[in-house]
Design a protein around this ligand. Structure first.
Ligand code: NDP
Length: 290
């Protein structure tokens, strides 16, 4: 039996539309206030990596669509870490800015951890700051990394039961696997994180009611990884030799076994951007209402 397709493209539209309505309402309420501040996102890019430029432009365009003001900063790839941190500190103090995003990867001479640490945790819309990571791990309200949050929101929008389910996540990165495990645990799933040293990965994956692939290897998850009827979330974004974007899951064959599946493209990717916008709005509310 073929799987239900979980369309991140369609679900993210619903999120963006809701957000636009909320922001439109704020704008209409403040129409006579010349000093009014509206949600704002600062996007910093260091260097001119073409892939990063595409991501940054998509983020800026998405901001405009929902009414979030975007501020762009581009530093030369020869800029020093101190210069970047100085910019972040200026943005930390800027009342028009509620979210600060520093596009990764950074040039090799910069220490990612120090740079992320410089961002005010309240403006850390990527959810990468250790304060937000810590709050997530103890189940407190915080800014959650956009990709894991997008995966969870897709499951919720599809009314997929998580509580008590076996969830296997392949990948233990700080930006996807680990925060996703914390989110799924908070939803009462029984969570297993697998990685490159996991023994008998296929058998483990076949125990999953919800299987999430965040590996970075095109078509790695084949039908023999999947329990019939399982929900399969494909986080991977890989560019194949034919220049096509493909996920970590061999879509065509897994589609025949799974109960539900996310496509690539059009799955987790659009949800990630929608969550960035949502996090910026959340920061705006907490910074302007406190
Ligand atoms: P990382 O490279 O940081 O992590 C990959 C993980 O996969 C590691 O934990 C690694 O294990 C594990 N892994 C690699 N090979 C195997 C294997 N043979 N068997 C089992 N586990 C393996 O990647 P990210 O988490 O940053 O990203 C994962 C994928 O998701 C990438 O394709 C990336 O492009 C995509 N992505 C998509 C986003 C979106 O918006 N849709 C956002 C972010 C990422 P180990 O730790 O042992 O090395």
């Amino acid at each position: 039996m073929a799987a239900t397709v979980i369309s991140g493209k369609e679900i993210s539209k619903v999120f963006r539309e809701r957000l636009k309505q909320s922001i439109d309402l704020i704008k209409s309420e403040k129409v006579d206030d010349p000093n009014a501040i509206f949600p704002g996102l600062a996007v910093i890019q260091v260097g001119a990596d073409p892939a990063s430029s595409i991501y940054v432009n998509n983020k800026k365009k998405s901001c405009e669509e929902v009414g979030i003001v975007s501020f762009s900063y581009t530093l030369e790839d020869t800029a020093t870490e101190a210069e970047l941190i100085e910019l972040i500190e200026t943005l930390n103090k800027d009342p028009r800015v509620h979210g600060i995003l520093c596009q990764l990867p950074l040039p090799k001479h910069m220490d990612e951890f120090s740079v992320i640490n410089a961002i005010d945790p309240k403006k850390d819309v990527d959810g990468f700051h250790p304060v937000n990571k810590g709050l997530l791990s103890i189940g407190r309200d915080c800014l959650v990394s956009c990709t894991p949050l997008g995966c969870l929101m897709m499951l919720k929008e599809m009314n997929i039961d998580i509580s008590g389910k076996n969830c296997v996540i392949i990948g233990r990165s700080n930006i996807v696997g680990k925060p996703l495990a914390a989110l799924m645990l908070a939803e009462n799933a029984t969570v297993t994180i697998a990685h490159s040293k996991t023994k008998d990965l296929k058998a483990l994956c076949r125990t999953a009611d919800i299987l999430i692939a965040a590996i970075g290897r095109s078509g790695f998850v084949t039908e023999d990884f999947v329990k019939p009827g399982a929900v399969v979330i494909d986080v991977g974004i890989n560019r194949d030799p034919d220049n096509k974007v493909r996920g970590d899951v061999k879509y065509d064959e897994v589609f025949e076994v799974a109960g539900a599946i996310t496509p690539v493209p059009g799955g987790v990717g659009p949800m990630t951007i929608a969550m960035l916008l949502q996090n910026t709005y959340k920061s705006y509310l907490s910074l302007t209402q406190s």
